[in-house]
Design a protein around this ligand. Structure first.
Ligand SMILES: Cc1ncc(COP(=O)(O)O)c(C=O)c1O
Length: 321
């Protein structure tokens, strides 16, 4: 809906997205450099013609917006690709805001994961940047089916019905099974009341920081190359990359680019997941989130399980290779 609003408001068709940034499986956001020579399965080539995939740098943004006059919107995962697995450079949000404003392009922050989690006002509050539109989902509905587009009134007016007697104008439709779903709305209101003062975010970020530092302590103790890192309550890890973590927490912006660009070792990650399960811990792939419902003891147990699982994996995988 955010993309449609941007197209209607600007009268232009093209959407710019950043490589590796995930915005769901909608046809118009599925493009990525891995589909350079063909569209993803089931997506028509004609769809891809109105999506431009660029690198997440201020230079690429400026160059692209200056070169074309058919761009309606730029959409960005506000914490970086895959919810912060690959961070955005310092100052990027501000540069993106300035460039989109200068070129009359609608700026959309995808805060589906980060909205209310990174802070009560999402990444945009922390970065001090207000986009034109924000997309929100699960957190807004307290984990139930639901979502929202928030933002500038003049843009959102395109979903409004015209009043009787008013001149008709373009309207973006939004019919749907979950519209006005009372259960989602009630769960959302309850959740938003809980997270409004920021104390849950602060507590979960503290626990995640402790977890990341503890996990890095184990990597350091065992001499295994890799690092656990993250922003706020988020946790990511990369094993076998050319980086030896110290027993401390790392924000992704403090890490060398090689940590994100080095190929992963899916077999090591798979074995680690299994070893962690044997130790009673389930991670979400190569990461996860801390919650304010976790306890200090949960964090300690997880770090201990991580150390034991790493030892088990290191007996089967040569990380120096
Ligand atoms: C950053 C981001 N944007 C968009 C989506 C899509 O959300 P939905 O599945 O509710 O369409 C996801 C799903 O996880 C996501 O992580």
């Amino acid at each position: 809906m955010a993309l449609r609003l941007a197209r209607v408001a600007t009268g232009k068709p093209v959407v710019v997205k950043f490589d590796h940034h995930f915005h769901g499986w909608h046809d118009y956001v599925a493009a990525s450099s891995k589909y350079a020579s063909h569209a993803p399965a089931g997506v028509p080539d004609s769809t891809m013609e109105s999506v431009l995939v660029i690198a997440a740098t201020a230079e690429a943004v400026e160059e692209t917006l200056a070169a074309r006059d058919d761009i309606a919107a730029v959409i960005v995962e506000a914490a970086g690709a895959a919810s912060g697995s690959e961070p955005l450079p310092e100052g990027f949000h501000q540069a993106l805001r300035a460039a989109t404003e200068r070129h009359g392009v609608v700026l959309i922050f995808d805060e589906v994961v980060t909205g209310f989690r990174w802070s009560p006002g999402g990444v945009q509050q922390l970065e001090g940047v207000t986009p034109d539109l924000t997309t929100l989902a699960k957190i807004l509905a307290g984990g139930f089916p639901g979502g929202a587009v928030a933002g500038r009134r003049d843009l959102l007016d395109y979903i409004a019905f015209t009043e009787p007697g008013q001149a008709k104008r373009a309207k973006v439709g939004h019919p749907g099974t979950f519209n006005a779903n009372p259960l989602s709305a009630a769960a959302g209101v309850a959740c938003l009341r809980e997270v409004a003062d920021g104390s849950h975010q602060q507590r979960s970020a503290e626990l995640a920081g402790r977890l990341r530092a503890g996990m890095n302590g184990e990597l350091c103790r065992l001499g295994i190359p890799g690092v656990a890192y993250g922003q706020t309550s988020d946790l990511r890890f990369r094993l076998g990359v050319p980086f030896h973590a110290e027993a401390t927490d790392y924000h992704p912006r403090s890490l060398p680019q090689s940590v994100f660009e080095s190929p992963s070792n899916p077999e090591a990650d798979r074995l680690l997941s299994l070893a962690l399960l044997n130790c009673g811990v389930f991670f979400f792939g190569t990461g996860g989130f801390a919650s304010s419902a976790h306890s200090e003891e949960d964090i300690e147990r997880t770090v201990e399980a991580w150390g034991d699982a790493l030892e088990a994996v290191a007996s089967e995988v040569d990380f120096s290779a």
